[in-house]
Design a protein around this ligand. Structure first.
Ligand SMILES: *[C@@H]1O[C@H](CO)[C@@H](O)[C@H](O)[C@H]1NC(C)=O
Ligand SMILES: *[C@@H]1O[C@H](CO)[C@@H](O)[C@H](O)[C@H]1NC(C)=O
Ligand SMILES: *[C@@H]1O[C@H](CO)[C@@H](O)[C@H](O)[C@H]1NC(C)=O
Length: 193
């Protein structure tokens, strides 16, 4: 896994291209939480599968159809961008609880997880003030690993906080096919449907 570059300045242009800023307000527009479970040694980190209704409309039929193929993106390089300015970010200690839960699951259950496409392309984890979510931007199912997600949480949380004039951030795959965001937890609590 490689995710070394931290960019603090002039981030807006890149961010607009990588991910709309409205993603900072909710995991996705019109988000619906379809399932919730709790992971970690103390079963205190919430794992939510998020249904993103607008992804149906925004993603027109792709040349690459979802035909059951799974692409392994574990270990892919991603580039970190911090959200400026400071204020309103997650408590890094809460983020550490999330990364520890990810490592616990990785070691005791399975390091590999699948993430769907289209409306089913987002998985979120939250504990107290900290929330992180993985978004598959590829039209085919992706396979990723919890240990890498933990490492990215451990990287963004201390490197994108108020001392860096930031309040969380995201790591965008070098090829743009997924990103992981980390920020203040929103109300990911109501289960619909
Ligand atoms: C499924 O789609 C992938 C990505 O376009 C392609 O590489 C693969 O050959 C396809 N597999 C089948 C069985 O059609
Ligand atoms: C781990 O999860 C992956 C993806 O769901 C699955 O293909 C694999 O069989 C699982 N491994 C074990 C040991 O359960
Ligand atoms: C969404 O993706 C997850 C993970 O691959 C899968 O277990 C679940 O069945 C999918 N749900 C739908 C509605 O496709």
């Amino acid at each position: 896994m490689k995710f070394i570059s931290v960019v603090l300045a002039a981030v807006s242009l890149l961010l607009v291209e990588a991910t709309p800023m409205k993603r900072e307000l909710e995991v996705c527009p019109g988000q619906v939480i379809v399932s919730e479970t709790f992971i970690g040694a103390e079963s205190n980190v919430k794992l939510s599968e998020v249904f993103c209704p607008e992804n149906v409309a925004s993603r027109s039929l792709s040349a690459r159809q979802n035909n059951g193929t799974v692409i392994d993106v574990c270990g892919d390089t991603c580039n970190t961008f911090c959200f400026t300015p400071s204020g309103g970010g997650p408590n890094p200690n809460d983020c550490t609880v999330i990364s520890n839960a990810l490592l616990f699951e990785s070691q005791n259950v399975n390091d590999t997880f699948l993430i769907g496409t289209g409306t089913n392309n987002t998985v979120a984890l939250s504990f107290n003030t900290c929330e992180t979510f993985f978004v598959n931007q590829d039209p085919i199912t992706e396979s990723y690993c919890l240990s890498d997600w933990a490492a990215i949480v451990n990287f963004i949380a201390p490197n994108c906080q108020s001392t860096q004039n930031a309040h969380g951030g995201l790591c965008v795959a070098a090829d743009g096919q997924w990103f992981i965001q980390l920020r203040l937890s929103t109300a990911l609590s109501v289960i619909h449907g």
